[in-house]
Design a protein. Structure first.
Lengths: 221, 166
């Protein structure tokens, strides 16, 4: 090894690199989930401020007694409802499954497949950028953006169809994460690394199909 | 919309672009675990900055300069180099990183095998372009001691690269 060449090459270590996807996801969660928590807190604060502006109403003694009786009734009803809810959970049921609309899920799948692959076969797109239609970064970026949009719509449509299964939705979130990562890699000029991320989307879609099958929905992806 | 929400949304808009730059910058200088810590700290600092001053525009140079300062703080803690490391603080230039090199991963592996002080002086000298005099003033050693340290670091790096290439 020529030491001088090696030291010159050392400059090339200073370049864009992506961290582990797990780290990326955790950091995004920390930075941007905080955003939604803050939004919720702001809304809550606004309600408190609004309520604070109300003048207290002076009630007659009889009204105060009536109010207490009503409050006790509400509290008792809550205890019954919470107890029933806990009993249902202990029973091990999955109530969310029963609300799934299979025709709507099938429609969501068809819409996804029609838009996500846009003229290519699933294997052509998810197999990596090894065909002429995806060989340049401009085309690849457009394809991955389309895929990302379709994934987002697919998740929304599945939820609308009654699929609230955490595992399924988390798998789709992971696919979306790989799409974001692929775009970053394309922007960084690394089509090879982007192709790896796109292949991972395929893996996540296969997992989604397995989840849907588990929920009683036939193969649709 | 609150300042906090607005700040997070503005950060989110540049996150994907800045993440590879910040992590890549940190990763060439420190281990993967430390690079992740630095990266997280940089983005937390960005969020605070945007909250404090909603009108500010955070540039790539800002992100990399914060990363560099955090790395220098880490070197100071780890190697007990005294406070003159302040001399190394400077704005990082915005020039794009060099294109990817097939050797880059092996070079990084070789750097990961070095001691922290060897790695730091090599990066300062050959990546950041600091002179031996600047490094000697920053770490509080004589120029001759720094030259000696750099020579040992170069030797260790060459051996390390041969090992990872074998």
């Amino acid at each position: 090894v020529n030491e001088l060449e090696l030291l010159d090459a050392l400059k090339s270590v200073d370049r864009n690199r992506l961290p582990r996807p797990e780290f990326d996801a955790a950091l995004r969660g920390e930075l941007f989930e905080q955003k939604s928590r803050t939004a919720r807190r702001d809304t809550d604060d606004a309600e408190i401020v609004d309520l604070a502006t109300f003048e207290p109403i002076k009630l007659r003694p009889k009204t105060r007694v009536t109010r207490r009786v009503v409050l006790i009734g509400v509290a008792a009803a809550l205890v019954v409802i919470i107890g029933a809810s806990v009993a249902l959970r202990k029973g091990g049921g999955h109530p969310q499954v029963s609300t799934v609309s299979k025709p709507s899920v099938a429609n969501a799948c068809q819409t996804f497949a029609a838009t996500a692959f846009s003229g290519l076969t699933r294997a052509q797109l998810l197999g990596g950028f090894n065909n002429s239609a995806l060989s340049d970064s401009g085309t690849a970026r457009k394809r991955v953006e389309t895929l990302s949009t379709a994934l987002s719509a697919f998740r929304t449509n599945l939820e609308s169809a009654g699929v609230h299964d955490n595992a399924t939705l988390a798998t789709l979130d992971a696919a979306q994460g790989f799409a974001t990562r692929a775009l970053s890699m394309i922007n960084a000029g690394s089509l090879g690394a982007a192709a790896d991320s796109v292949k991972e989307i395929g893996t996540q879609l296969e997992a989604t199909q397995r989840d849907l099958t588990r929920l009683g929905i036939a193969s649709c992806l | 919309m609150s300042v906090s929400v607005d700040a997070a949304q503005r950060l989110e808009a540049v996150y994907s672009e800045m993440l590879p730059a910040v992590f890549g910058f940190a990763r060439s200088r420190v281990s993967e675990a430390d690079a992740e810590d630095v990266t997280a700290e940089v983005f937390r600092a960005a969020l605070q900055r945007l909250r404090a001053d909603p009108s500010i525009k955070l540039t790539r140079s800002w992100f990399l300069t914060v990363a560099r300062n955090l790395i220098i703080d880490g070197w100071r803690r780890r190697m007990r180099w005294d406070g003159r490391l302040e001399l190394l603080r400077r704005d990082v230039e915005v020039e794009p990183f060099r294109s990817s090199d097939t050797n880059a991963d092996r070079l990084l592996d070789a750097l990961d095998r070095l001691s922290a002080d060897h790695r730091a002086v090599l990066i300062l000298r050959y990546v950041d372009g600091c002179s031996s005099k600047e490094i000697s003033e920053a770490i509080g050693r004589s120029p001759r001691a720094v030259d000696s340290l750099i020579a040992r670091a170069r030797e260790a790096f060459t051996t390390s690269f041969e090992e990872v290439s074998a």
